[in-house]
Write a protein that binds this ligand. Structure first.
Ligand code: DGJ
Length: 785
């Protein structure tokens, strides 16, 4: 709800409030963002500066307007506020001092600007400001999403003068607060190690969380969080920030010596400039702000709800996502129709619903040096065409999906021969290459039209129901042959991409698009406006994924995270982990398989089949349930749990995940929040077999006969026989799960083994199912034991 009381704008969501006001001077003053509270006297939230402020300048000489220390809703450079500015415009005639003053407000209906944006706000407020010497109008938009406790903000400038200006920066949001939440959480990494959580204490100075890659990047995700020192997953205050944008972003945080913090979010000013001609309008992307006093899980829930309900759109919104098989790690470029159909056959036998044909199906693409840009079928590999393959796959009762990397061009391609001007490169310079390829110049409308035309032809050539949209290098050699101001290049590239995506997604609304950028190099809210899911990382190693999925989960729901079970040794780390652990972790995401199913043993195929059928039963809970991380997470411990609770708090599924085991480590106690305190539940281990190979020579302690380690008999036993793992099975009230916990069966400690010992070892894991207790079923089971 948005209340306007005298000069105060009081924005409320279900649990938060955001308050600012206009002042007589025309400055917009910020007063409060945090827990929803009742304000009796608005004077009490006003900053008091009657005692003077050292050598601070007085804004326009107005009494007490010590602009450098005031909490402001928007600030520019040149009038005495020396902190990082939200906006900066200049031209030769007017200089570069900006002075925007409040002129009015209006409650407006939500607009879809020329950028991907959230939708479904409860109310939208527009605040108008004007710089009368520049004759530039500034509009600030506030969108209130009451149920997800999110406020989105963005800014727009309109040139009402007869002169041209340069915009040096237009940030989407400025927030001035007291620095009481000084721990900054960022989600950083590189290829294969995306979105690892890092925390730092913010003290005096400027901290920037940004990207200069041309995309939101795997180095620093646009998501960041500020929390109190004592905040945990389940308690304490935190603010969450994100940006609906896929290009270079920046979160600029300045802590001043008087313990205030300014938080700016928006397009990275370091790589941006824009020419604003008379009558031109420039709109900044939308910034997301959210707050909770109930811990980081709650903060994530707010962002998850927001993404599922106000970012993801189209036919796949809130729809169960299919279990897929992807042929990339099964075949790489080395496949033909026969191999694909063999793989598809096995996939359909184990219950897979979508077959994805990855890189290598087009042009002369037999390696990564050629053919990007030539989006027509490689008839040597697929002599009967895509249509035939697709029909065969549909006949196996699976959907057919296709990989593309549309934004790229290889020098060795038909497209480059015909249109070298479509590639991004500087005249007379050798371009830097990434994976042997250049990027298509999407600032050029002809290149965009060509792309839409080629892709439309291929997407309508047969029953394609899924598209994986890849992007495998960052931008360099920034130059657009059709541009007049080259510093606009990176933002115009992004606008070009969004144009292509909106044309294709509206022409093919039934296609489920999955965004990918060498895995997670473009995991952001901008892409999620077009593509409901994203390939989280190329790294499918259990241990590494545990960190990647944990980090990603802070801002993005499981329905958006592609998670595949792949082969061992893992292709990124060469690590061996069990099939059950690989599945248990991948099940906390949109499940897929990415390995050669035709080379699995019958026993392994049976395991895969039962994993898929289990996942399908629990799919809604996994993809759309309330997801929780337990404390501590894998970033500070060798063990952690994830769990999902359904919307009526009736059941839960828990994953217990271990990285390296420590000898004689502390006992494992399982806590699950979010269920009904007074309901009686039954908690059970999902039955899991234990490979006796794990015991090595210790096998002789449990066998009646003595066998030779690694000898024929040992190898045969290991191959043919798997032990039934331990079973935790108990009745428990919701309140015990929340406060008391369940003390799980002891892990193997090197001092004894029986069927009440949990054998996990390195990279071991378990799933637990929690359902309301049904007396009859329980009794029968206990009797039959
Ligand atoms: C990078 C992606 O992340 C992989 O999954 C795969 O599609 C390759 N590209 C194909 O080139």
């Amino acid at each position: 709800m948005i209340k306007i009381i005298n000069d105060f704008f009081h924005l409320e969501t279900q649990n938060t409030a955001y308050i600012f006001s206009k002042s007589l001077s025309g400055l917009l003053l910020h007063h409060y963002y945090g827990k929803k509270i009742t304000i009796c006297d608005y004077q009490s939230v006003m900053q008091k500066l009657d005692g003077g402020q050292g050598t601070s300048n007085l804004y326009e000489g107005i009494n007490n307007a010590f602009i450098d220390v005031m909490d402001l809703e928007i600030s520019a450079f040149g009038k005495g506020d020396y902190r990082e500015a939200m906006i900066s415009l200049s031209n030769e005639n007017r200089g570069y001092t900006n002075n925007f003053k409040y002129i009015g407000y209006e409650m407006v209906s939500e607009k879809q600007e020329d950028l991907p944006m959230s939708y479904g706000a409860d109310q939208t407020l527009r605040i108008d400001l004007f710089d009368s010497s520049l004759r530039i109008r500034l509009e600030l938009y506030y969108k209130v999403f009451e149920r997800s406790d999110v406020i989105c903000k963005y800014a727009k400038v309109i040139n009402e003068s007869q002169e041209t200006y340069i915009i040096h920066r237009l940030m989407s949001s400025q927030l001035d607060l007291k620095n009481t939440h000084p721990i900054m959480m960022t989600f950083d990494g590189a290829w294969s190690t995306e979105r690892h959580l890092n925390e730092k204490l913010l003290t005096s100075g400027i901290t920037i969380n940004d990207s200069k890659h041309g995309v939101s990047s795997n180095k620093h995700n646009p998501l960041f969080i500020l929390r109190q020192q004592q905040t945990t997953e389940d308690s304490g205050e935190a603010y969450g920030f994100n940006l609906v944008y896929s290009g270079n972003h920046a979160g600029i945080l300045e802590v001043t010596p008087n313990e205030r913090i300014r938080i700016l979010q928006g397009i990275n000013p370091a790589t941006f400039e824009w020419k604003l001609k008379p009558n031109d309008v420039f709109c900044a992307p939308e910034a997301l702000l959210t707050y909770t006093h109930n811990g980081l899980n709650q903060l994530s829930h707010q962002m998850h709800d927001f993404v599922n309900n106000h970012i993801v759109r189209g036919l796949w919104k809130n729809k169960k996502r299919p279990v897929l098989i992807n042929n990339w790690e099964a075949t790489y470029f080395n496949f033909n129709e026969k191999k694909l159909l063999e793989l598809a056959k096995k996939a359909s036998q184990v219950g897979i619903e979508l077959f994805v044909l990855d890189d290598g199906w087009f042009g002369k693409r037999n390696n990564d040096k050629t053919s990007l840009g030539d989006w027509f079928v490689n008839s040597q590999k697929l002599p009967h065409g895509l249509g035939y393959l697709c029909d065969q796959i549909n006949q196996m009762k699976m959907m057919f999906g296709l990989w593309v990397e549309p934004e790229m061009i290889n020098e060795e391609s038909e497209l480059y021969r015909l249109h070298p001007e479509y590639a991004i490169r500087l005249p007379d310079q050798k371009p830097s290459l990434g994976r042997n390829q250049m990027v298509l110049d999407l600032t050029n409308p002809n290149a965009r039209d060509n792309l839409v035309q080629q892709l439309s032809a291929i997407f309508s050539s047969c029953n394609i129901e899924y598209v994986k949209w890849d992007f495998n290098r960052n931008l360099t050699d920034l130059f657009g042959s059709t541009l007049s101001n080259q510093k606009e290049f990176l933002h115009r590239y992004m606008m070009g991409l969004y144009d292509v995506l909106s044309r294709l997604t509206s022409r093919f609304p039934h296609i489920l698009f999955e965004s990918c950028a060498s895995g997670g190099n473009r995991f952001d809210l901008g892409m999620l406006c077009f593509m409901p899911q994203i390939w989280t990382s190329d790294d499918t190693d259990y241990n590494e994924r545990l960190a990647i999925q944990t980090g990603t989960s802070y801002g993005y729901p499981l329905s958006t995270m592609g998670a595949h079970v792949s082969d061992i040794p893992n292709h990124q780390t060469l690590r061996n982990t069990s099939l059950s652990s690989r599945f248990n972790l991948a099940s906390f995401g949109v499940l897929g398989y990415e390995l050669d199913l035709t080379s699995l043993s019958n026993d392994e195929l049976e395991q895969v089949k039962s994993q898929i059928s289990f996942y399908k039963e629990q799919r809604k809970l996994y993809q759309y349930g309330r997801f929780y991380r337990s404390h501590p997470t894998i970033f500070t411990s060798n063990r952690t749990t994830f769990y999902c609770v359904d919307s009526i708090q009736n059941q839960a599924i828990v994953g217990f995940f271990q990285s390296l085991i420590h000898p004689n480590q502390s006992e494992d106690v399982l806590f699950v929040k979010g269920l009904h305190d007074q309901t009686l539940y039954q908690l059970k281990t999902k039955t899991q077999k234990v490979n006796i190979e794990i015991f090595g020579g210790l096998i002789n302690l449990i066998l009646p006969i003595r066998i030779k380690l690694n000898g024929k008999i040992h190898r045969l036993i290991c191959k043919l026989y798997q032990m039934k793992g331990e079973q935790d099975d108990c009745l428990v009230y919701g309140e015990q799960l929340r406060y008391g916990g369940i003390r799980l069966t002891q892990q193997f400690m090197g001092t004894g083994f029986n069927d009440r010992v949990r054998v996990l070892g390195d990279f071991g894991s378990r799933l637990y199912i929690i359902k309301p207790f049904v007396k009859k079923e329980y009794k029968l089971k206990k009797q039959s034991k």
